[in-house]
Design a protein around this ligand. Sequence first.
Ligand code: NI
Length: 235
Amino acid sequence: MKLEGSSVKKLPVAAAVMAVVAALSGPVMAYQAGDVIVRAGAATVDPDVDSGALKVNGVANITNGATTTVDVDSDTQLGLSMTYMLDDKFGIELLAATPFQHTIKTKGGLGPALGKLADVKHLPPTLTLQYYPMESSSAFQPYVGLGLNYTTFFDEEFKSQHKATYSGLELKDSWGLAAQLGADYRIDDNWSVNAAVWYVDIDTEAKFKDTAGNKYKVDVELDPMVYMVGIAYKF
Ligand code: NI
């Protein structure tokens, strides 16, 4: 078949043209001033909880000889980050995500009686200044970052079994430092695979009350590690 024959003959020509284009465009260039890098992946917030005592009307609650504290579980959501490169070594990154949801449970003292207390959502936007130490010709681009986190809590909701007794749960927003370590591995001019980890200093105070008029308060350091694995695209 004539058509097929000519198509086959064109293949080596196309390959040669692509090789020339590749040679002219040089090695895969990494990041430079003005580049915007968007990263997306599965982001896990894993709190390293350090809870103060649950205070009832200002007094640390001790029940059956044990202090009542709280614990918070981890959650995974879609993480999105965007870096703007100031030059080939420094970039500014904003980390965002779909809202994380965590369950607060009580431990010690009232823990066995109260168990899982409430669910709460939060958004932890984090701004970091990043440093990329490798030469821009390197396919492997590790980076470190240091910056600021703001975490806002919302949709605080008691578990259904507690709704008749407790109400008014509120968690204070948090400002804190964030440190970051990450790496991109370039697949081509635009795409990379990415992995990153953040340590974020998130401290909050939770307040609520019960139908008898008692006021509850607990200070909680969440200080999570945030892990994200995904892809990166350079515009
Ligand atoms: Ni802290």
